[in-house]
Design a protein around this ligand. Structure first.
Ligand code: CDP
Length: 226
């Protein structure tokens, strides 16, 4: 039987998080953001004085033994990421974390460590899971797969509008460059690269509103359910 997962993949700042959260709210199901899990590993390494780049791979991987990551259900019914018992919050979405996260995410041991946890969330019943490799590697048998894209300019513009996620002096150009560099790293790595699953529905949201994208996904899920 297919995993009861709505998989949403796509490149950086393609609107996945906003869309995934809305879908989960409408359907009343958990939303798991796997990018935040890679960010939490990166954040933790940085707080331990380890910049998780290629030549610090051994030290980064060793830190995993001291890290407990879990999505917990909060009072309002949404799922929030906890890092060693504390809510991860906005600290994992700062430009400092963003600058190194793709390098941590390219480490095979980091991916294997997170993969086991990500697969366990299927025990929650139907879920929305968002990331880069959900439809290809985490749940290749997901019941629903979507791949979200938008033009580089639209993505840079959206990211610039997200408070605290870009440096104070950021411009459309600098944000577009950061996004392009991360996409390049994410697409070219050997372990679970960013790529559209052959059976995923491609949605280019450059000219679409959030509501329109949400409507497309909800309509497909409801149609398939009946
Ligand atoms: O929100 P944004 O588009 O900036 O990225 P994110 O979803 O928070 O993911 C941050 C980084 O984590 C990505 O650039 C990837 O390097 C990595 N990631 C991954 O490798 N696999 C996933 N399933 C999710 C994220």
């Amino acid at each position: 039987m297919a995993a009861d997962v709505i998989a949403i993949d796509g490149p950086a700042a393609s609107g996945k998080s906003t869309i995934a959260a809305r879908i989960a709210g409408i359907l009343g199901i958990p939303y798991i953001n796997t990018g935040n899990m890679y960010r939490a590993v990166t954040f933790y390494a940085l707080t331990r004085g380890v910049k998780p780049c290629r030549d610090r791979q051994t030290e980064t991987v060793a830190l995993l033994d001291r890290l407990i990551l879990e999505y917990r259900r909060t009072d309002n019914g949404t799922y929030e990421l906890f890092l060693n018992g504390e809510a991860a919050g906005a600290a994992i979405r700062t430009p400092e974390v963003t600058a190194c996260v793709s390098q941590a995410a390219a480490m095979p041991e980091v991916r294997t460590w997170l993969l086991r946890q990500q697969r366990d969330y299927a025990n929650l019943g139907r879920i929305v899971m968002e990331g880069r490799d959900i439809g290809t590697v985490v749940f290749p048998d997901a019941a629903y797969k979507f791949f979200l894209t938008a033009s580089p300019e639209a993505r840079a513009r959206r990211r610039l509008g997200q408070a605290g996620e870009t440096p104070a002096d950021a411009t459309i150009r600098s944000v577009a460059a950061e996004i392009a560099a991360r996409d390049r790293l994410d697409s070219s790595r050997a372990a679970a690269p960013l790529r559209q699953a052959p059976d995923a529905v491609l949605i280019d949201s450059t000219e679409l509103t959030i509501d329109q994208v949400v409507d497309i996904i909800i309509a497909r899920v409801r149609h398939a359910d009946h």
